[in-house]
Structure formats: C-alpha cells, structure tokens
Design a protein around this ligand. Structure first.
Ligand code: BV8
Ligand code: ZN
Length: 251
C-alpha cells in the first residue's frame, strides 16, 4: 500500500486528530458487522431488533440477541487496528476516538476517554428506575431479567434506532470533528445518522478526511482520500509513517 505525499504530510503535521470507527474495525477480531454478507444474526436486520418497539414486543428475543452478542465480544480480542489507535493517541496531544461500536474493544485495547456514541453492550440498566443491573443478574438470565429493585425489564445500555444519542457524547464528537485537522473514518458504511455526519462536518471545517474501509461506501465521494483494505493492516502502517515523520522532525 503506498501512502500519498499528501497523506504523509498530514500524518506528519496533524496537531488535532479525530477518529470515527464502525463495526469494520472489529471485524478482524471476529465480531460480525451489521450489514456485511454474513449478517449479524440469522435473518433479522439490526434495525428490526435494535429498537424499543421490538424490545417491548418481544423482550426475550431482543435480550437473547444481545446475550449472544455479549458472549461473542467476551470471547474475542482487540486486533492490531484497535492497538494502532491506542498508539496514535500516545503520539497526538489533541486526540479523540469516537466509536459507533458497542463492543467495548477500544477500551479493552487501552484507548482512553473513548466517546461511545451508541452506548456499550457490557452495561445494562432497568427501563423503569434506570438503576444499573448487576453483572451476575445479567449473566444468569437467558430470558430478559427484571430489576431486583422495582421489577422493571433490564435492557442493554445501547442507543436503539429512534433514540437520541447521549447528548454529552455527541457534543464531544462534534467538537472534536470541527476542530481536528485530520479525521480518520474507519470501518463504517456511513449509513447511520447522526454519526455519519461527522466526516462531513470535519471536512467543512477544513480537516483532511481519510476513509479506511474494505470497500467504497456512501462516504467515499465526500472524503479527501479513501484507502481500501483491512483496518488491522492499514492503521499500523499509518502509525509507522506518523512515527517516522515525527521522529524525523525531532532529530
Ligand atoms: C436518531 C446500537 C434522532 C445498537 C446502533 C432516514 C435517513 C437518515 C436517518 C434516518 C432515517 N430514518 C431513521 C433515521 C435515523 C436513524 C438512522 O440513521 N437510520 C439508518 C439505518 C438510516 N438513526 C437513529 O435512529 C439514531 N437516533 O437519529 O435519533 C431523534 C431525533 C428526535 C427524537 C428522537 C430521535 C440512533 C442510531 C443508533 C442506532 N444504534 N447501534 C446495537 O448495536 O445493537 S447503530 C449500528 O449501526 C451500530 O452501532 C453500528 O456501529 C452502526 C453503524 O454501522 P457500521 O458501524 O457502519 O457497520 P456496518 O456493518 O454498516 O459497516 C461495516 C463497514 O466496515 C462496512 O463498510 C465494511 O465494508 C467495513 N469493513 C468490514 N470489514 C472491514 C471493514 N473495514 C475495514 N477493515 C475491515 N477488516
Ligand atoms: Zn428498576
């Protein structure tokens, strides 16, 4: 993979970097993506399961889907793509990682202050009193558990379709996107809003927007450059170039 002169300069000079990740960065860890050919789960589309109505209509089915996904993410490891982002955070003073993923793999890899736009599947809470549910209550139930305090259903702490993103998280993401001079968009199909509006926001504020994806996406026509390939291979390469360029300047 050749790194263009333009991108090399950006990697060398960037003072403020914002990274947006989607399911593609976890694919090499073995976590199925949403809209890939292997699909996430049987015949259902995420939009049909990841919403409140589906949960209220059939809480056990939705709970089972999340229990399956929790089990998958507990059995996999972060991959070189996640670790490269940790290294990048150590190189850049003003660095923000924004993720759409709920699999907790960035935090497990060592990323600090991860902005979780769509929540985190390892956290659950009561829909009535909103108390956090204990790990052992969650683990032992294959049916939807009920809150030991008020009897309400327990749900995963993720943002479902039609639900607002956590306001503070989205604000932090918008701030980072509008002040960065380099925006990396990694492993996302750019289908889900408002997360998918962040690359455009960065570009409008003058950032160099680099897309890294296994294929071209809806975002591709609107970014500065697209690198086609695996995040787990491209991100370590970018960090190597960043180190070379910056070490070079330091000497
Ligand atoms: C809201 C948590 C507002 C749950 C998720 C019509 C037009 C525009 C918008 C809408 C619309 N109708 C409805 C909306 C709004 C809706 C939306 O955007 N819908 C889409 C489907 C059209 N958005 C919402 O509802 C949001 N809320 O807007 O509220 C509001 C206003 C007022 C009042 C009330 C509400 C909430 C959205 C959050 C939904 N929750 N997840 C869960 O996970 O169970 S979204 C879900 O999709 C995941 O979080 C996931 O991260 C996200 C995005 O998917 P991607 O990450 O991009 O994954 P995908 O599989 O699509 O793509 C993977 C990519 O990786 C591919 O491109 C592939 O090529 C690439 N890849 C694969 N392998 C690799 C790779 N790349 C590199 N290396 C590899 N190895
Ligand atoms: Zn409760």
């Amino acid at each position: 993979m050749t790194i263009s002169k333009n991108l090399r300069d950006r990697l060398s000079d960037a003072e403020s970097v914002c990274v947006l990740t989607g399911a593609g960065i976890s694919a090499e860890s073995g976590v199925p993506t949403f809209r890939g050919e292997q699909g996430l789960w049987k015949k259902f589309r995420p939009e049909e399961l990841a919403n409140v109505d589906a949960f209220m209509r059939n809480p056990d089915l939705v709970w089972e889907w999340y229990s399956y996904r929790r089990k998958v993410v507990s059995e996999v490891q972060p991959n070189p793509g996640h670790f490269a982002i940790v290294e990048m955070q150590n190189l850049i003073r003003d660095f923000t990682l924004v993720t759409q993923n709920v699999d907790n793999l960035h935090s497990r890899a060592g990323s600090r202050g991860v902005v979780e736009l769509h929540g985190n599947i390892t956290r659950n809470y009561c829909i009535r009193c909103r108390r956090p549910a204990s790990e052992e209550l969650v683990q032992k139930s294959d049916k939807v558990p009920v809150c030991s305090h008020c009897g309400g259903f327990i749900r995963p702490d993720v943002v479902w379709f039609g639900e607002l993103l956590p306001p503070r998280a989205y604000e932090e993401a918008e701030d980072a996107a509008s002040r960065c001079d380099l925006f990396l968009c990694v492993g996302t199909s750019g289908v889900v809003y408002p997360a998918a509006s962040l690359p455009q926001m960065a570009k409008e504020h003058g950032a160099f927007v680099l897309e890294i994806n296994a294929e071209y996406t809806d975002l591709s026509p609107r970014v500065s450059e697209t690198l086609i390939g695996k995040a787990g291979e491209i991100l370590p390469l970018l960090v190597r170039v960043m180190k070379e360029e910056r070490h070079h300047e330091q000497t």
